[in-house]
Design a protein around this ligand. Sequence first.
Ligand SMILES: [Zn+2]
Ligand SMILES: [Zn+2]
Ligand SMILES: [Zn+2]
Ligand SMILES: [Zn+2]
Ligand SMILES: [Zn+2]
Length: 248
Amino acid sequence: MGVGHGGSCGIGSFYDPCKCIQIQVQRMGYDIERFVGYVNEGLLCCICRDVLENPLQAPCEHAFCTSCIHGWLVQNHNCPEDRQALDVSMLRPLFRYMRNDLHRLQIRCKNRQHGCETICSLEAIDRHERECEYSQVPCLNAGCTVQVERRNLESHLAVCEYRSRECPNGCGYAILSADDAQHNCIAELRTELELLRSEMICKIEEVRHEMESRLDSQRRHMVQKESLLQNEIEELKVSINLFIVIIL
Ligand SMILES: [Zn+2]
Ligand SMILES: [Zn+2]
Ligand SMILES: [Zn+2]
Ligand SMILES: [Zn+2]
Ligand SMILES: [Zn+2]
């Protein structure tokens, strides 16, 4: 594992962590090439020139993707289009009618080049892409780093080296497909047995220890009791002697 893993934004993160996070997490604008039909100029971001994504509007009515305008305002304090004074607190959501127009735009799935022919409204595209059969998904088996298109997951799982199945000889172990050839029921069971045996020995030791200490304390108790009784006997002897003396 290399040093500095996770600091992939380098020097930028040192100077401006907020900006760095935005660039990493948020996309900027939807590529206009993905849209079917005419897109109104007013629905384009003034900064990236793509179709507005998470739009915000300035008082001058210019509209931007959230990440675009936040990035801009880190170093500037005006609207990039007309230079009117602007800061983050002045930004507002898009007018409702514009938002509706935006949501109704027809966009192609981002997996088009992989074969997805889906075209749907911008409002619904995120949901589609989350479930798209052509989206890359990680294999479900622990330890496997393979990514496949969702529609191919089933067939990958059938041949994945990290899939496991129960031992057909009935030893009760799940065998990783990759370890199939090396699996030896007797060796597995022997290891298990050794483990159980050492656990058992530990337990027995514990119980023995506990019994011994209990016995010990009882013994001490008895010794005390004995000496008490001894004293009582001595006292009784004295009284009896006294009694005899008196009677005689
Ligand atoms: Zn933008
Ligand atoms: Zn403006
Ligand atoms: Zn799709
Ligand atoms: Zn796999
Ligand atoms: Zn087995």
